[in-house]
Ligand binder design. Structure first.
Ligand code: F6P
Length: 556
């Protein structure tokens, strides 16, 4: 593949740079009156509707973005990912989370091996194990059924499963299948999180699932030792075998920790941590809580998007369009942030999950070949469900900084409420906001409009909304396990598209290492100070002063 080293050196990138001035002359108020343009900016797939007509873009912009995609060899890069090439070059690994939801009879190779049979071997094992636990066949050390699960893990071994669990918790089918059961998560090494995760739980009825790709992550290992102690103290050390299982790629360390490898559920180095929710990382705790058949529907939803992403032409391809529009907003229009605004309380953990997938993947400063980027890649993701966010940070979005927004809505509520005598349901009320906010951002309110409303002149500047603020709307038919899987995969692939265009490696995360190694040094010093009274040394003045204060004050 002969390509210039950096995408910003290509003609399509330069054409888009030149195109910015034209777009800056437009206003969404006018663009939205062009029905043909708006029609061309709507895409349907499998009952969902993407409307990106409120982007600061015209069909000319999208054409130029497709040319950029071609210059970045986007299609080839997607194909290389699906065919198991080592596209994560700094770790010399394939990137095959799509294999985690592939049908049993498909063939996806990594290093010459079809990985699909291995994936299904683990899925079958999870199905069998989770059914034994759920049916009370597998019991705890005192013979009681294990109805509560604490999943211990952090980062990608936590955020994805938490998002899916939170989204399923109010789904009628999932409520039915999880009756009498609890799933909790323990992520933070803060002892407060330990206390919260086991508060009110009885070790006799609790199963701990330690989830760690590496089985070395300091926080997870300390939390796992803490819960092992909690179980042993209550039920004796031999109870650990019945009350602790693991999900990891490192089965040697699982065994060393004291968990029977028979009770370990594997995944592979070709699954990135933040892309691992469809591996045993998510499938195991979620199957224990909801049953394997619900989780299988979630996997099928993700698969439907994998197939769409692989085969749909770019102009009809939802993840590709979303990825290209994000690149447009970040690299050309200069908007560094993106707000993820689901109008569904069930999706309250979606933004935190996407924050990791996106920011750990694309928060990079060099190209995949190690060349320092002369442009900024990645974006700042944040979000909250609507309408809560409207009463929090939307002020800034409406009248402060320009932040492209993703509005995500659902046609059918998981939990509809119809009050007697009221035609507009509670869900209609929620969705009224979902439909109103994008127009408020796009159109704004002019001083002339305010004058006509007899607003006092001194308030006009305060009540003016500039408008022309970009957003997109994604309307899902409902929010069940299948749609949740679709939503996950749409964002996973969108983020990959952005990285492919920017020419970075979206699948490594070296940026998290420095802080980890400095924490190890601090831990050593704390140990030496507490055990041998050694003075704090080797740090700058500031850190030494803070550590000294911490040691003095905590030994009172
Ligand atoms: O924060 C860095 C990171 O390596 C993430 O990428 C990963 O998901 C998380 O830590 C947890 O890692 P592990 O699953 O190995 O415990």
């Amino acid at each position: 593949m002969a390509s210039p080293t950096l995408i910003c050196d290509t003609e399509p990138w330069k054409n888009l740079k030149n195109h910015v001035d034209e777009i800056k002359k437009t206003h969404l108020r006018d663009l939205m009156s062009d029905t043909e343009r708006c029609q061309s900016m709507m895409v349907e797939f499998d009952g969902m509707l993407l409307d990106y007509s409120r982007q600061n873009a015209t069909p000319e912009t999208t054409d130029k973005l497709y040319q950029l995609a071609e210059a970045a060899h986007l299609k080839e890069k997607i194909n290389r990912m699906y065919s198991g090439e080592h596209i994560n070059s700094t770790e010399n690994r394939s990137v095959l989370h799509v294999a985690l939801r592939a049908p049993r009879d498909s063939v996806i190779n990594s290093d010459g091996n079809n990985v699909v049979p291995e994936v299904w071997k683990v899925l079958d094992k999870i199905q069998e194990f989770s059914e034994r636990v759920r049916s009370g066949f597998w019991v705890g050390a005192t013979g009681k059924a294990l109805k509560d699960v604490v999943a211990v893990g952090i980062g990608g071994s936590f955020l994805g499963p938490l998002f899916v669990h939170t989204a399923l918790q109010t789904d009628p089918e999932a409520i039915e299948s999880s009756r009498g059961r609890q799933l909790r998560f323990l992520a933070n090494v803060d002892p407060i999180d330990v206390a919260k995760s086991i508060n009110g739980l009885n070790p006799e009825t609790t199963l701990v699932v330690v989830v760690s790709k590496t089985f070395t992550t300091a926080e997870t290992m300390l939390n796992a030792r803490t819960l092992r102690e909690w179980i042993s103290a209550a039920l004796g050390p031999s109870a650990v075998a019945k009350h602790m299982v693991a999900v990891s790629t490192n089965l040697t360390l699982v065994e060393k920790f004291g968990i029977d490898p028979e009770n370990a559920f594997a995944f592979w180095d070709w699954v990135g941590g933040r892309y691992s929710v469809c591996s045993a990382v998510g499938v195991m705790p979620l199957s224990l809580q909801y049953g394997f058949s619900v989780v299988e529907k979630f996997l099928k939803g993700a698969l439907s998007i994998d197939q769409h992403f692989y085969s749909a032409p770019f102009e009809k391809n939802i993840p590709v369009l979303l990825g290209l529009l994000s690149v447009w907003n970040v690299s050309f229009l200069g908007h560094p942030a993106r707000a993820i605004l689901p109008y569904s309380q069930a999706l309250e953990k979606f933004a935190p999950h996407i924050q990791q997938v996106s920011m750990e993947s694309n928060g990079k400063g060099v190209s995949i070949d190690g060349v320092v980027l002369p442009f900024e890649a990645g974006e700042i993701d944040f979000g909250e469900p609507g309408t809560n966010g409207q009463h929090s940070f939307y002020q800034l979005i409406h009248q402060g900084r320009v932040i492209p927004c993703d509005f995500i809505g659902v046609v059918k509520s998981q939990q509809p409420v119809y009050l007697k005598g009221e035609v507009v349901s509670n869900h209609d009320e929620l969705m009224s906001n979902f439909f109103a906010q994008p127009d408020a951002l796009a159109y704004g309110k002019t001083p002339e409009q305010l004058q006509k409303e007899n607003v006092p002149p001194h308030l006009i500047p305060h009540k003016t909304f500039s408008g022309n603020r970009p957003s997109l709307s994604l309307l899902l038919p409902s929010l069940n396990a299948y749609n949740i899987g679709q939503l996950l995969a749409i964002y996973e692939h969108r983020i990959a598209v952005e990285g492919f265009i920017w020419g970075i490696n979206s699948f490594d995360q070296w940026g998290v290492e420095l802080g980890k190694s400095l924490a190890t040094q601090v831990r050593k010093q704390l140990h030496a100070a507490r055990t041998k009274g050694e003075p704090i040394e080797g740090f700058n003045f500031s850190t030494t002063a803070l550590l000294t204060r911490y040691l003095e004050a905590s030994s009172d």
